[in-house]
Ligand binder design. Structure first.
Ligand SMILES: [Zn+2]
Length: 123
């Protein structure tokens, strides 16, 4: 089994609803995002998938989140813009773009600080 990973980031503001704690107040994070691709067989050129494809497709999705107030965006108008829901949103959008015969998006992790992250994957 092979696994590829890219790391990228975006900055945004959010405010958690139904939550008592620091994150109920308007604030921002520089989210670091890890994207994992797995597959069992390489293409004839020895690659699982071109890193550029992963980077470009991930960038397109993160650009729509970057420097926004997440609560105002359609996916998070009702759904809380927690790190859990953010990585699920990225996973759902990205898997439609990336999944191929031999390479599959396996996990998206969103780090809201150097010490705390959430991941989403579908077994
Ligand atoms: Zn927060």
């Amino acid at each position: 089994m092979y696994e590829l990973k890219i790391t990228t980031q975006f900055a945004a503001a959010h405010q958690l609803r139904d939550f008592e704690g620091d994150c109920e107040h308007l604030h921002g994070h520089n989210w670091k995002v890890d994207v994992y691709i797995t597959g069992e067989e390489l293409a004839s050129n020895g690659l699982l998938i071109d890193f550029k494809v992963i980077k470009n497709e991930t960038k397109r999705i993160l650009d729509s989140l970057d420097h926004t107030f997440l609560n105002d965006l359609e996916p998070f108008k009702i759904l809380n813009p927690s790190s859990e829901n953010i990585c699920r949103y990225i996973y759902k959008a990205l898997s439609k773009k990336i999944n191929q015969k031999n390479a599959r998006l396996s996990k998206v992790t969103a780090w809201e600080s150097d010490f705390a992250c959430a991941s989403y994957f579908e077994p």
